[in-house]
Design a protein around this ligand. Structure first.
Ligand code: HEM
Length: 272
């Protein structure tokens, strides 16, 4: 490793320690993800995988939620810009333009063929937010990289980027060029927690009957946060779980030693 690679590695490792995925369930689809809501970048990113099998499945579902005002946003499945499977998305006439890219350097990433991405029905692009929920097949291995370095129960750093003000050159073209993002950040995803027995019902368009009561952490509504009396459950939330936010009907108290901390109007989290 060169000195700059070591510094880069330490930066990534530090970021990974700082933010860890926790479970959230989307109210409209019933799909439960392991992911993170970034209170500064106002983005939610989540992943859910099929049950562990041999040979391993090559797919997963991703959810990305961001303000409609952003020019474009992106997610790196490998946690870095270079040598990773990159997803780019932006709204165009109430549609979601979602693509896959790859690059070996800090330059405009090229369109990347191989992954098959399918937007699921609860994806929306409205005046306030873009929410892309998509199935990604042939997506656990890519050029010069793979999820969990090939172990789908290992740790994976996930990165996300946003361009707040600059739109892509041609929003109607999924392969459009774009300028460098304004911000990026990371969270750690423990792949041993992302495998969900309900996965097959998720890709067929609905939640399984056994899925947890619909809850929401997706910023799709601008209504006032519910009053505390709307809690449907007397149980307290586990560490790093959701404990409040617009539309949230789950636990609003936290396990002993954790405090319910408001991250934004849509998401409060049990933090130490
Ligand atoms: C013209 C397009 C782009 C340019 C010129 C560009 C350039 C850069 C540069 C210079 C950095 C380093 C910034 C720093 O260390 O402060 C960076 C970081 C990053 N970029 Fe991009 N980028 C572009 C598009 C994208 C896209 C489309 C994605 C993902 C969808 C992406 C994902 C990332 C990530 C995750 C990082 C942080 C991790 C790392 O340094 O590897 N970039 N980019």
């Amino acid at each position: 490793m060169t000195f700059s690679q070591i510094i880069g590695f330490l930066a990534l490792a530090g970021a990974a320690l700082a933010q860890t995925a926790s479970q959230f369930c989307d109210s409209s689809s019933g799909i439960c993800f392991q992911g993170y809501t970034d209170p500064t970048m106002n983005m939610t990113v989540g992943f859910v995988f099929p049950p562990v099998t041999t040979p391993p499945s090559d797919e997963y579902i991703v959810q990305i939620v961001a303000p409609a005002s952003y020019g474009w946003t992106g997610v790196s499945a490998g946690g870095t810009m270079a040598n990773s499977l990159l997803f780019t998305l932006w709204p165009y006439n109430d549609q979601i333009i979602l693509g896959t890219r790859w690059t070996s350097d800090y330059v405009l990433p090229d369109p990347y063929t191989g992954p098959k991405i399918t937007l699921l029905p609860d994806s929306t692009a409205n005046s306030t937010h873009i929410k892309a929920t998509f199935r990604c097949q042939n997506c656990t291995v890519w050029q010069d990289g793979s999820m969990g370095s090939g172990d789908l129960t290992a740790f994976q750093l996930i990165a996300y980027v946003a361009s707040y003000t600059t739109k892509v050159a041609d929003p109607s073209d999924v392969d459009s060029s774009m300028q460098e993002h304004d911000a990026f950040n990371f969270f750690g995803l423990d792949l041993s927690t992302v495998h969900d027995d309900n996965y097959s019902s998720y890709i067929s368009g609905g939640a399984a009957p056994s899925a947890p009561a619909p809850t929401s952490s997706s910023p799709t509504s601008t209504s006032a946060p519910p009053s505390t009396t709307s809690s449907a459950s007397g149980a307290s939330q586990t560490a790093f779980g959701q404990c409040g936010g617009t539309g949230w009907t789950g636990p609003i108290t936290c396990a002993s030693g954790y405090t319910c901390t408001k991250l934004n109007d849509y998401y409060s989290q049990c933090t130490p």
